[in-house]
Design a protein around this ligand. Structure first.
Ligand code: NOJ
Length: 762
């Protein structure tokens, strides 16, 4: 049996996280503000640097190699050329570049830095390695659905090693923003709506990127916890929008994944674009200095987001570039990305005494300390190896991992009549929909180096899996947003001629990601028309949903006998989907975000508060908290996901039902697979603090455990609960725990009853 438990205790919060950071070797390298832990030769460099050279170290720009392809995933900025950028390296006015293209570029730039610049300080090469490099893994949201942090660690490790082989030192990942509004497009980059899952994925991804041999290892990349903070809480789910939020919610919900990332050793943090209650994060001393450095003891590097300092002007917070520079820098942003504001304005600000030299030195030391930690002062070319770049990418092993991760990220929402898995022989299959075939929408929205062209599409995966590839017919039926002439007729004809229809519909990858908020989180109308027409044929239909967010499903798609959420699964997408469709691998993932009934419920998350007038289970009652149209619950809640087994929960054991100081309460339930196929069940423990001095959510995930159950197998699954599992941010904004009554559920989702009971905390 494969059984792993993950819970809050596996991670550290608050003081414990700070202690972990303090003890980490990265911290030792990065040193305290103004610290003396830099090697003597690097310290000597600081003494020699001019103010302009110092400001240069604090400047990070998009690589201009190959005509500036690096800016493709960001707004166009500047007209610099590669030659100009080499000139900046020579002059010492550049600390590093990001999203460049490979070892050839890196070697040229590093060569100039090491041979032609006065102080010969190595450049830092950064990139957005969000879910893979050349081998592309499932989008992070999908992978969070695996509820398998070890899987996330393994894919991050593989991505880090591939990126490092191409000269990359530093990834702008993991994105650890909690996302509770599915209108927001960037939820796709993170771990979804839940704090515990968010913390666990943050921890796993940092450890994966950085590896186990220290940051100087040639296959390690430094990670960057982003976007600090509350970027996912923008009003109305609009990307970049203002955040008006209580300090308690920041501390209770949005901060913990950052603390987990830092405890795991992340040496850098990226400030977010948004304002927080009137003060942009990029110029927020409370956030970047008081909380991050003083409270949490973070000694690493804070980088702005892309032109984040420049945007202080548009926010209405800084009058001009000079003031924006001063505000961001003095608030705690050490390095400026893409605006070039720091190298343009810091020298003058220092000369005029508006920015102390000590603050400049502190920031420079942090950049240099990162370069030291990455081993760049020992060997600036340690990650730049054109041969490794070719041989260490898209290997058999990484592609197999992509296929595994893809299959483990697929969530089965429905399987009425157990029409899945499909038999591999003897059925004519109509593969219908805009995602049925073609090299598009496979890898997801946030990938700089992978391509759809190198990925496996659904038709290929299905044809490989079936005994007779000729039994598969494919019809697009519709475009993603618009109908295609004759598309529905051809699709209906294909459905009529088939025994089973696989309907691949949903969002394109361009519909999620940065700046891709939606007002209506639905399957586009043209595809709904196709779906209804095909479903009306009356054949068994399996719906596959491409998406980068939780969707509000409707009509025949909502009630189709089988529905699988297939997200954007990466390099091996088509094979991963076929593995689950045909039962080569059983579905085992769970929703990392709730799928609401309707967009109007957003921001919806399972861990909401009760209100004074909860509707409770059952029909909608007058004067209760619900909408006219729907109960305020989810159509498919967080944690939901079916398997090919038939899983039942029974036999709750509350272990005496009393938790006293210093002890552990062990609760358990018996989970049984009465089906005919083995299943990986993610057993979840939820708790509600019934009465507290600060109201608590109706349910909070406290732990989960993945158990593999053979047909007919029963297992007792137990969870230890300690006082520290019940901490929350109290009236004084400090972690607290209060005695009293707690409800608990051991259940297959945040909304399922599973088995439920109560215990007392003494
Ligand atoms: C802007 C995004 O917000 C951030 O996540 C990314 O790392 C930078 N662009 C650099 O591409």
């Amino acid at each position: 049996m494969n059984e792993r438990q993950v819970s809050r205790r596996g991670l550290m919060i608050g003081a414990a996280a700070t202690a972990a950071w303090a003890a980490s070797p990265v911290r030792a390298m990065l040193a305290e503000a103004g610290g003396r832990a830099l090697p003597a030769k690097v310290e000597a460099l600081v003494a020699q640097m001019t103010v302009a050279e110092k400001a240069g170290q604090l400047t990070l720009m998009a690589a201009t190699w190959a005509g500036g392809a690096a800016t493709a995933l960001n707004p166009a900025a500047g007209t610099s050329t590669f030659e100009t950028q080499l000139g900046e390296v020579r002059a010492g006015s550049l600390g590093g570049v990001f999203n460049g293209n490979g070892a050839t570029m890196a070697r040229r730039m590093q060569g100039v830095a090491m041979r032609e610049a006065r102080l010969k300080i190595p450049l830092l090469f950064a990139a957005d390695i969000i879910h893979g490099f050349r081998t592309v893994f499932p989008v992070p949201l999908a992978e969070a659905g695996s509820f398998d942090p070890e899987l996330a660690r393994r894919t991050a490790r593989a991505a880090g090693a591939e990126a490092a082989a191409s000269g990359i030192d530093w990834t702008f990942a993991p994105m650890v923003d909690i996302a509770r509004d599915q209108r927001w497009g960037r939820g796709v980059e993170g771990a979804g709506e839940d704090v515990l899952l968010g913390r666990m994925m943050a921890d796993a991804r940092v450890r994966g990127f950085q590896g186990e041999r220290g940051l100087a290892a040639p296959d390690a990349v430094a990670s960057c916890a982003k976007h600090f903070a509350a970027y996912g809480a923008g009003e109305a789910g609009l990307d970049y929008n203002s955040v008006d939020i209580s300090e308690r919610t920041l501390r209770d919900v949005y901060f913990p994944p950052f603390q987990a990332a830092l405890a795991a050793g992340a040496p850098t943090v990226m400030a977010s674009f948004n304002e927080i209650s009137g003060v942009p994060a990029t110029a927020n001393p409370w956030l970047l200095t008081q909380v991050l450095r003083r409270e949490w003891g973070f000694g690493g590097l804070v980088v702005s987001d892309y032109t984040g300092d420049e945007e202080l002007i548009a926010h209405g917070f800084a009058a001009d570039a000079r003031e924006a520079t001063k505000l961001a820098f003095m608030a705690g942003v050490d390095m400026s990305m893409q605006s070039a504001f720091y190298r343009l304005h810091l020298p003058d600000l220092v000369a005029n005494g508006e920015v102390p030299m000590a603050r400049l030195d502190e920031a420079v030391r942090r950049v240099l300390a990162l370069k030291v930690a990455l081993g760049l002062f020992d060997d600036p070319f340690r990650r730049i190896d054109p041969r490794r770049e070719k041989t260490r990418v898209r290997t058999k092993a990484t592609l197999a991992l992509a296929r595994e991760a893809g299959a483990k990220s697929i969530v089965m929402l429905r399987n009425e009549g157990e029409i899945l898995p499909l038999p591999r022989a003897g059925k004519r299959i109509a593969l219908i929909g805009p995602f049925a075939q073609g090299k598009h929408d496979l890898i997801g929205p946030w990938n700089v180096y992978g391509t759809d062209a190198e990925a496996i599409d659904l038709a290929t995966g299905v044809r490989e899996a079936v005994a007779d590839a000729g039994s598969v017919t494919v019809a697009d039926g519709s475009g993603i947003d618009a109908p295609i002439a004759g598309g529905i007729d051809a699709a209906v004809a294909a459905a009529r001629a088939a025994d089973v229809v696989v309907l691949a519909i949903g969002e394109s990858q361009a519909m999620s990601g940065e700046a891709q908020s939606r007002t209506d989180i639905v399957v586009p109308a043209a595809q709904m028309a196709l779906a209804e027409a095909v479903i009306a044929v009356g054949k068994p239909v399996v719906v596959l949903l491409s998406t980068g967010r939780g969707l509000a499903l409707s009509g025949g798609v909502l009630t189709a006998p089988a529905v699988l959420v297939t997200w954007f699964l990466g390099s091996e997408a088509g094979r991963s989907i076929a593995d689950v469709l045909f039962g080569i691998v059983g579905p085992s993932a769970r929703l990392p975000v709730s799928f609401p009934h309707a967009t109007g419920q957003e921001p919806y998350h399972y861990g909401h508060k009760s209100t004074g007038r909860p509707n409770g289970p059952g029909p909608l009652a007058p004067y209760k908290a619900h909408y006219r149209e729907y109960a305020n619950d989810a159509a498919f809640p967080f944690g939901h996901g079916l398997t090919y087994g038939r899983i039942g929960y029974a036999g709750l054991d509350l272990g005496g039902g009393r938790l006293s100081a210093g002890s552990t309460l062990t609760v358990s339930a018996t989970v049984t697979n009465s089906g005919t196929r083995a299943a990986d069940e993610v057993v979840q423990l939820y708790v509600q603090d019934v009465t507290a001095s600060i109201t608590r959510p109706v349910r909070e995930l406290k732990a989960f455990r993945r158990v593999t159950l053979k047909p007919g197998e029963s297992r007792v699954v137990s969870f230890p609960i300690r006082r520290t599992d019940l901490l929350f941010v109290g009236g004084d904004l400090k972690p607290t725990v209060e005695p009293g009554r707690f409800r608990l559920w051991i259940a297959p989702s945040a909304q399922a009853e599973g088995v439920a009971g109560e215990f007392m905390l003494a």
